[in-house]
Design a protein around this ligand. Structure first.
Ligand code: DQA
Length: 151
């Protein structure tokens, strides 16, 4: 099982940016957390963070035929990027959307998720744990424990 973990703009500023919303742990801490649970679950992981929409599109395209699934926190591009939605649809890999904060309880402009339209599941408001929940979901999907079209 190989998963790509994608993180969008400003997530490299974790620990500094709005700690009341995103917590005090850094992006390096998030990387360590992801690598740790992947080791535990027997998942091979690739991690990529970018502040640039096109680089995220490139990373999704490059995942085609190479990974079993994508865990994506598109950050602000969640609410704006048809290009990321189209890239996820193009590669047609199982994808799960993650948000550290509970976007459903925030500003109206955060209520739309384009990327989410190509994802089989969303975890929002669970902090770092959401990434693990997403990986476990993709693992269960691959192992046939759960079906594909539940959400
Ligand atoms: C976020 C939520 C987005 O609305 C915001 O633009 C982010 C982070 C989250 O993880 O909670 O940058 O994706």
């Amino acid at each position: 099982m190989k998963l790509l973990f994608l993180n969008g703009p400003n997530l490299n500023m974790l620990g500094i940016r709005e700690p009341d919303i995103y917590g005090t742990q850094t992006y390096t801490g998030l990387e360590q957390f992801i690598r740790g649970f992947c080791r535990e679950l027997g998942i091979t992981c690739e991690l990529f963070q970018s502040n640039h929409e096109g680089e995220l599109v490139d990373a999704i395209q490059a995942a085609y035929g190479r990974v079993d699934g994508i865990v994506i926190n598109p950050a602000a591009y969640t609410h704006t990027s048809v290009a990321i939605l189209d890239a996820l649809k193009a590669v047609s890999l199982p994808a799960v959307e993650v948000h550290l904060s509970d976007v459903s309880a925030r500003e109206p402009f955060r209520q739309v998720s384009y990327a989410g339209m190509a994802c089989c599941k969303t975890y929002a408001g669970h902090g770092f744990a959401g990434y693990r929940m997403a990986a476990e979901h993709l693992l269960a999907l691959k192992n046939g424990v759960i079906g594909g079209a539940e959400e």
